[in-house]
Design a protein around this ligand. Structure first.
Ligand code: AP5
Length: 223
């Protein structure tokens, strides 16, 4: 990765819109979305050792161990397509991951450009996440109420017709994921504030409004 390439972090609980907005930022600014959740789900689907260790933990709504997550992320960050800059979606999630990211970036003379916290109401997130589904072919995200495809059951982006729901997207597991977020990840808001790179945005409004708010921050560093 070029040493002036932006390194953006999206912080927020399950359902805050990290994935939705990261994919839009990819389109708008040519950055690469790195979702550790997507990487872990791919490892589970592939039946790799890491995937086997992660599966039950993810289904219980707990965080996968730092060693597994960091190995997967380091591997991904070593690939050439990240050269223009990255949006980290769902990483870091613990103090240890944040420190490891700082170390990884320092190795190439870089630092986190901005950490953006998507501020939302927990209870609303249970409804958002429970109604979510994605296109199995291209990963585009939809929602039973808030984001329907133009034609029922057909992906707007790729025309795929196989839609899927995540194993951890039920109300009970979402509540466990919210607990894990507040206990282990929310403290990173203060960590990045201390480094002078934190921005907060209200993420309770419509998706298009949040895209604009994010654009006003990201446009300054990734134009
Ligand atoms: P991960 O895949 O990262 O899930 P998450 O953080 O729980 O976040 P979500 O994907 O549920 O929500 P999101 O914020 O991306 O919201 P989205 O845009 O989809 O992690 C899953 C699991 O993997 C973890 O629980 C853990 O076990 C493990 N894991 C992953 N990373 C890890 C790490 N670093 N360390 C340890 N373990 C890790 O939006 C949700 C829905 O709402 C969508 O349907 C969307 O269309 C809709 N929506 C979005 N914005 C709006 C809006 N403004 N208004 C209305 N609807 C909206």
């Amino acid at each position: 990765m070029a040493n002036n390439a932006p390194v953006l972090i999206l912080l927020g609980p399950p359902g805050a819109g990290k994935g939705t907005q990261a994919r839009m930022l990819e389109e708008d600014y040519g950055l690469v979305q790195l979702s550790t959740g997507d990487m872990l789900r791919a490892a589970v689907a592939a039946g790799s050792d890491a995937g086997k260790r992660a599966k039950a933990v993810m289904e219980a709504g707990q965080l996968v161990s730092d060693d597994i997550v960091l190995a997967i992320l380091r591997d991904r960050m070593g690939q050439p397509d990240v050269a223009k800059g990255i949006i980290l979606d769902g990483f870091p999630r613990t103090d240890g991951q944040a420190a490891a990211l700082d170390g990884l970036l320092a190795g190439s003379g870089q630092r986190v450009t901005a950490a953006i916290s998507l501020e939302v109401d927990d209870e609303a997130m249970v409804g958002r996440v429970s109604g979510r589904y994605t296109c199995a072919k291209c990963g585009e995200g939809y929602h039973d109420q808030f984001k329907l495809p133009a034609s029922a059951g057909v992906c707007d982006k790729c025309g795929g017709t196989d839609m899927k729901r995540r194993a951890d997207d039920n109300a009970e597991t979402v509540r466990e994921r919210l607990k894990a977020y507040h206990a282990q990840t929310a403290p990173l808001i203060a960590y990045y504030a201390g480094k002078g790179v934190l921005q907060k945005i209200d993420a309770m409004g419509p998706i298009a409004d949040i895209r604009k708010s994010l654009g006003s921050i990201v446009g300054q560093v990734a134009a």
